[in-house]
Ligand binder design. Structure first.
Ligand SMILES: [Zn+2]
Length: 154
């Protein structure tokens, strides 16, 4: 789908050549896309004024999300991510916020997983082609790290 004019064309995998040629052809004739290429720097700056305000204030919810992201990124346990030393540091930085405990992180992760599961179900229901999914999970005996493998083919 063209994000500029919402034109919908066939997926490149539908043709034998798997070529995105139709999309390129559309973009060469899409008036809205062509207009974006001709915008001046001043016009871009003026449009940014009308973009929605982004909330930058730290909240308890944002703090929990940040700690969860840090734990996932560092592949550390929730107990390690919420150890007293880190929580003391966060309390000094954000004295008025509710700090996450080790139970808040899996609770939020379960909420994210449920939302992602619902989103995936919706996407699959909207899809009219055939999809093959192959899933596998295993745990390394040497490092005791769990892995999940996902392969999809349309
Ligand atoms: Zn278009």
């Amino acid at each position: 789908m063209c994000i500029h004019c919402k034109w919908i064309g066939p997926h490149p995998n539908r043709s034998r050549s798997h070529s995105p040629g139709r999309l390129g052809t559309h973009l060469s004739t899409c008036h809205k896309y062509q207009a974006t290429l001709r915008k001046s720097v001043i016009k871009h700056l003026v449009e940014q004024v009308h973009q929605p305000y982004i909330e930058t204030e730290m909240t308890s919810q944002k703090l929990i999300e940040a700690v969860l992201n840090g734990a996932i990124h560092s592949n550390m346990s929730f107990r390690a991510a919420t150890n007293p030393v880190w929580m003391s540091l966060l309390k000094q930085a954000f004295p008025n916020l509710h700090l996450p405990d080790r139970r808040a992180l899996p609770r939020l992760l379960e909420q994210w997983a449920a939302a992602a599961r619902a989103d995936l179900k919706t996407r699959l229901l909207l899809n009219d082609s055939k999809i093959s999914l192959a899933l596998d999970g295993w745990t390394s005996s040497a490092t005791n790290v769990s892995f999940q493998g996902t392969c999809s083919r349309c």
